[in-house]
Design a protein around this ligand. Structure first.
Ligand SMILES: Cc1cc2nc3c(=O)[nH]c(=O)nc-3n(C[C@H](O)[C@H](O)[C@H](O)COP(=O)(O)OP(=O)(O)OC[C@H]3O[C@@H](n4cnc5c(N)ncnc54)[C@H](O)[C@@H]3O)c2cc1C
Length: 304
């Protein structure tokens, strides 16, 4: 059986690209397959202030630097959407929308996607006021009032970023306390351009002339309702793991997240996982990079 590669890495985010660096430096015949821009979620992040070695850097620059590091090492990179993985025990067949690739091992580094609110016209208003990426769409709403929904790190980070260009940011959170880091909570509380609406949920998105015009919110304590006029709504209410390509394998998951041992091996021989797609406590770039390292070193050991 002639294999195309020893290792295929699915997803070129921080986990996947870090794994690629370690594999290539160990002379392993590796390829990265990515269905979007290399860098993954980092491309949607404005300022990163907690990645070691960088006091403050924007996500796309950090992602570009990492991608260039893989390209200087000449890691083969394919643009493609991995739709299925066939486990043949001793080898795997990776099926993309364009081709089939045979390899010895596969590292799943497909990360997470943002959750939707589930409101009626949310999809149709996407790109017309509804967004999941402040760095991509924020500049379209310069000097306008926008809303952000969510209560974790991402929603607070992105509210701060949006406050630099928008006239006002209304931060809507369903609970009475944020679950974000206290340094971010303090920054938000001290920001005069951010208005916080605690204990509120969004119940409807109202459009006018094909664009988002306002959001209906409902107070979860007293039931009072309000129509809040905004030009855009940025949604940061959580994520879900991208694992659909594993549907025909026996890889175990919990709540959709891949279960791994401490060396990033799944329960299936030759399939490893790392980064935001795995079941764990901390979902950060630094942890994704660390897990990419471990997955690569495990694959190198097993290949030997
Ligand atoms: C708005 C926001 C702000 C954040 N701020 C910070 C921060 O300040 N500090 C921090 O440390 N972390 C932050 N994070 C979290 C951080 O971005 C993630 O933890 C990290 O990027 C995860 O990396 P990953 O490689 O595991 O996954 P991802 O970045 O999700 O990369 C996965 C890649 O796989 C690709 N992919 C998925 N499915 C397929 C497929 N079927 N075929 C081919 N390719 C596929 C995707 O396109 C993507 O490029 C933030 C996240 C967001 C959304």
């Amino acid at each position: 059986m002639k294999l195309d590669f020893d290792v295929v890495i699915v997803g070129a985010g921080f986990a996947g690209m870090t794994a690629a660096i370690y594999l290539k430096r160990a002379n392993v015949n590796v390829v990265m397959i990515e269905n979007n821009a290399p860098g993954g979620q980092a491309n949607k992040t404005n300022i990163i202030e907690n990645y070691p070695g960088f006091e403050s850097i924007d996500g796309p620059t950090l992602a570009y630097n990492l991608f260039m590091q893989t390209q200087k090492l000449k890691v083969p990179y394919k643009y493609g959407n991995v739709i299925d993985i066939e486990d043949k025990n001793d080898y795997k067949i990776i099926k993309t929308d364009k081709e089939e690739i045979k390899c010895k091992c596969v590292i799943i580094a497909t990360g997470r996607k943002s959750k939707e609110l589930g409101l009626e016209n949310e999809t149709s208003l996407t790109g017309r006021g509804v967004s999941w990426c402040a760095i991509c769409d924020g500049p379209l709403y310069k000097n306008k009032t926008v809303a952000v929904v969510g209560g974790g790190n991402s929603s607070l980070e992105e509210s701060i970023y949006l406050s630099e260009m928008c006239s006002k940011v209304i931060l809507i959170h369903r609970r009475d306390e944020f679950r974000a880091e206290s340094i971010l909570v303090d920054k938000v509380l001290q920001n005069p351009k951010i208005e916080i609406k605690h204990n509120n949920v969004i119940t409807a998105l109202n459009e006018f002339e094909d664009k988002l015009d306002s959001v209906d919110i409902k107070n979860t304590i007293d039931g009072s309702k309000e129509d809040v006029k905004v030009s855009a709504l940025f949604i940061f209410i959580g994520n879900y793991p991208v694992v659909d390509m594993l549907k025909n394998t026996k890889v175990k998951t919990m709540d959709g997240y891949i279960l791994i041992d401490r060396n990033m091996r799944t329960n299936v021989k030759g399939i490893y996982a790392c980064g935001d797609v795995i079941s764990k406590e901390v979902y950060q770039m630094s942890t994704a990079a660390g897990e990419g390292t471990i997955a690569a070193l495990s694959a190198i050991k097993d290949l030997k």
